[in-house]
Design a protein around this ligand. Structure first.
Ligand SMILES: CC(C)(COP(=O)(O)OP(=O)(O)OC[C@H]1O[C@@H](n2cnc3c(N)ncnc32)[C@H](O)[C@@H]1OP(=O)(O)O)[C@@H](O)C(=O)NCCC(=O)NCCS
Length: 142
């Protein structure tokens, strides 16, 4: 996927958050330690440094949600991690029930909270939940 396609899909999926620009995706995609996982209709962007891997963003086309794409992309990420990766983590808005349910069902647990982290156009800012999944050495995926 090109940076333009990534930005368009991201804007379609994230209706309440600031959309990431084409330049941001171009710069991230070319950054060291960053990996892009794609499936038709969705993508995941991750960064892995010193045994820790972060899910930077995950987006599925609204017309193709609830068909297993999000789960598949998280699976692609975890499966591809080097065997010495100790844990995978991410941040998700407390009011994003679909994403939190997805991560919980894939072995992530909430380990911390950032208060009032995500601004909302109407209403108060919402907390960010930091979720983490510990990985055993040589993990084979999900
Ligand atoms: C979160 C997101 C990536 C999930 O992608 P998806 O392809 O729809 O998810 P899947 O079909 O793989 O669903 C996997 C599991 O997630 C949970 N889930 C997904 N959508 C859900 C919803 N609308 N309500 C409740 N649970 C949901 C369920 O546990 C589901 O398993 P099930 O279908 O067996 O019940 C997608 O909704 C999305 O792009 N949302 C907007 C962007 C976003 O919030 N990204 C994550 C930011 S941290």
């Amino acid at each position: 996927m090109t940076p333009t396609e990534l930005a368009a899909l991201h804007a379609a999926a994230f209706t309440r958050d600031r959309p990431w620009g084409v330049d941001e995706f171009a710069s991230l995609r070319d950054s060291p330690f960053v990996e892009l996982y794609t499936r038709p209709g969705g993508f995941a962007l991750t960064r892995t440094i010193a045994g820790e891997s972060e899910l930077l963003t995950l987006a599925v086309d609204p017309a193709q949600q609830r068909q297993g794409l999000g789960r598949g992309l998280v699976q692609d990420w975890i499966t591809a991690l080097p065997p010495d990766t100790t844990h995978a983590f991410l941040e998700v808005a407390a009011d994003n029930a679909p994403a939190r349910a997805l991560y919980l069902s894939m072995g992530f647990a909430q380990v911390a909270t950032r208060r009032a982290y995500y601004a909302r156009a109407s209403g108060p800012a919402v907390d960010a939940c930091i979720m983490r999944r510990d990985l055993t050495y040589g993990h084979t995926g999900i």
